[in-house]
Structures are given as C-alpha cells and as structure tokens.
Design a protein around this ligand. Structure first.
Ligand code: 2P0
Length: 364
C-alpha cells in the first residue's frame, strides 16, 4: 500500500515585501463515475476504488486574482456567475484554510475568485468535482510560478489531484483526462487512495470517443448532499458487500474496456448506477434522489436497446439526471432517439451533449 504524499512545506511563503499581485485562470471539467465512490473514511479516503470518464464540455472556469492581504489573514471574495456567493465563499475559505500548512502563502494573499460552470450546479452533475479541482490546479500553478517547484507535469498533476481530493473526493479524478481510477486497485499499479491515476493505455478504441448525453430531468438543487450520503454508508447494513462488489466491478469493467466488450460495459455501468441509488434507499434515514422521469427514461433506454441492438447504456450520478453513454459512431441514431422519445421527460434545460475529454486547461 502506498502512503499519503506529505506536502507540508513551511518554505512556500513569501518573504518581506515580495508578495505578488496577479491573475490565473483555469478550466477544469466534471467527470462521470462508471464505478461509483460512495462511502469514505477520514480524511477523504474512499471505501472502494472508483473509475470515471472526464467530460469535455461540462467544466468550471475559474479566475483567481490575488494581491497582498491587508489584514495579515487570508481574505476572499467569491463571485459565481458574476454574483457574490457567500456560501461558496465560506466553503472556499474553509478549504484554503485547511491547506495553510501545504500552501502557507495563501495566508499572505487576498483572493478575488470569479467562477462559472457550463452546466447547472448542485444538480448531481459533479459540480464539486470541477469546482474543487480547478481551485487545486490554481493553487499548484501559483506554487509553480512563485517558488519554481512542481516543474514536472507528473508532480504537478499528482499534487493537484491530492489537493483536489481534500476538497471533494471525486474532484481528484478530474485533474486527468480520459479514464481515471481513484483508489488502490489490485492489478493496476500506480493507483492510490490519495490521488487519481489515468488508465487510458490499452483501452479499446470503441471507448476512446465515448459520448455522454446528460439528460436533465430536474436541474434544481438536490435535497441530500453527497457529504451526508457518504456518511450514511457508515451505518448502511449492505455497505461491506457493496464495497467488495465495487472492487469486483472495477476489475471486470477494466477488462471489458480493454477487450472492447460493450455488453459487459453496459451490464456493469447500469448495475453500478442502480446500486448507488439502492444504497441511498437502504440508508437510515433513507432518501431518494431519482424522480419518476428518471425511471421513464431508463425504461425507454432498455426498450431502445432491445429494439435496435445498439450499445447504449445509462449511468446516474447522485441526482435524478440520466447520463446516456454510447460510442461516437452511433451519435446520429442516439440523437434521434433522444429528440423523438426522451424530450417529454426532460426539464426545460433539455440535455447536454458531452463526451470524454482531455482534462483541465490553463487559460491564463
Ligand atoms: C462518484 N459521487 O464516484 C460518486 C457517485 C456521486 C455519485 O463522488 O464528500 O462530491 O466531496 O468527497 O465527491 C459525489 O461525492 O463527495 C460522488 P465528497 P463528492 O462520482
């Protein structure tokens, strides 16, 4: 078992009057898990390994302006979609505060953060994955610029992924493009409970340009946060069986994705989605995040697959929206299916035609 990287570094601090001002902008995508992370141990250690596709179009773009703090304490203003957002401000301030022994320079700066998402937040599209990974990337970029460290891409990404995990577990997978495992996995050297690890080599070409049509059933805020949901796994009577099943599923899924076996891919991804929600339904207190239209859509996906033989499948995040997964080659058929059969079950926001993406991007 590998150990947690020790990133505490008291030297990452400005001396005297050398506190800079400037601006950094990054884009970081969301990701969709195929084998789900649901249940954790302190500090942000997953109970089972998970694997996800990083998305391309669903991302957070975050501009961080920094200047010397005037009060001798970290200072922050957070604007989301142009509006001051006190909730995000408090969450981000707490996150930065928790990192003060890893990035001591944060205590010397005033931050003005302007962030936007290309998708609705808190709707079960992992907005914390993009939102926390983008902040981790900005902080590592600041470290690299100010102190000359993290020059090697591997070291930069590993640290960004570790920091992102401390902000939100699923965020550590968004630091890399393509297919990413988080959690130590038998038979996959390099995987870790502390950071994400890309596993794109050897994946069959059918999965290379995989598509994800995110069908927005309800783009409102969900009632139970993922943090609470993870916590309820501590007393879920099926937890141990679930964690071991996730390990089995990950091994089988990886094998199927290497072999180009879409049938096994479909069976495992759909089972993972339903099991995730079964865990919510079997927690105490129990809760439901799917809606009647989620089931209407799932039934129609089953029927469409049965009728056409096309390899479409669904997965669900912690919310009611359905992620329709399919190979690029059948994009036109699937678009017709959505437009003809599924639109009545979608919210006015419709759907997002996303696909597997290459990972975060520095804009400035
Ligand atoms: C996942 N989800 O693997 C699973 C599947 C939602 C369903 O990770 O408490 O926002 O910040 O570590 O990462 C959502 O939980 O939770 C999540 P925290 P996170 O993507």
């Amino acid at each position: 078992m590998n150990s947690e990287p020790d990133y505490h570094n008291a030297d990452l601090k400005f001396s005297g009057t050398g506190i800079p001002s400037g601006k950094i902008i990054w884009r970081s995508p969301s990701n969709i898990a195929l084998v789900k992370y649901w249940g954790k141990k302190p500090v942000q250690i997953p109970q089972n390994p998970s694997v996800s596709f990083t998305l391309r179009k669903s991302y957070s773009e975050t501009e961080v302006s920094y200047s010397p703090a005037t009060s001798g304490k970290p200072e922050m203003e957070f604007y989301f979609d142009g509006q001051r957002n006190r909730q995000f401000e408090a969450k981000t301030a707490k996150f930065f505060d928790s990192l003060s022994r890893i990035f001591p320079f944060v205590n010397q700066l005033k931050f003005v953060i302007r962030s936007k998402n290309t998708f609705p937040h808190s709707a079960g599209i992992a907005s914390s994955a993009s939102g926390m990974s983008v902040l981790a990337l900005v902080l590592c970029d600041m470290e690299r610029q100010f102190f000359g460290t993290l020059q090697k891409e591997d070291a930069f990404h590993r640290k960004a992924s570790t920091i992102a995990r401390l902000g939100s577990g699923s965020a550590c997978r968004s630091v890399y493009g393509g297919l990413v495992i988080w959690g130590e996995t038998d038979g996959v050297p390099g995987t870790s409970d502390y950071y994400g690890f890309p596993v794109n080599e050897g994946i069959h070409e059918i999965f290379a340009g995989y598509q994800d049509a995110i069908l927005l059933v309800d783009a409102g805020e969900k009632k139970v946060s993922s943090r609470v949901g993870h916590g309820l796994m501590n007393s879920n009577p099926f937890a141990a069986a679930r964690f071991s099943e996730a390990r089995n599923n990950l091994a089988k899924l990886l094998q199927a994705m290497r072999a180009g076996d879409t049938e096994t891919f479909i069976r495992i991804t759909e089972s993972e989605a339903l099991t995730l929600h079964a865990m919510m339904m079997t927690s105490q207190p129990y809760f439901l995040l799917i809606k009647p239209n989620t089931l209407q859509i799932i039934e129609r996906i089953f029927a469409f697959r049965e009728k056409t033989g096309l390899p479409v499948s669904f997965t669900l995040d912690a919310g009611p929206n359905v992620h329709l997964l399919y190979p690029e080659a059948i994009r036109n058929e699937v678009k017709r299916f959505i437009d003809n059969d599924l639109l009545p079950f979608l919210s006015p926001k419709g759907y997002i035609e996303d696909e597997i993406g290459k990972g975060p991007e520095k804009i400035l």
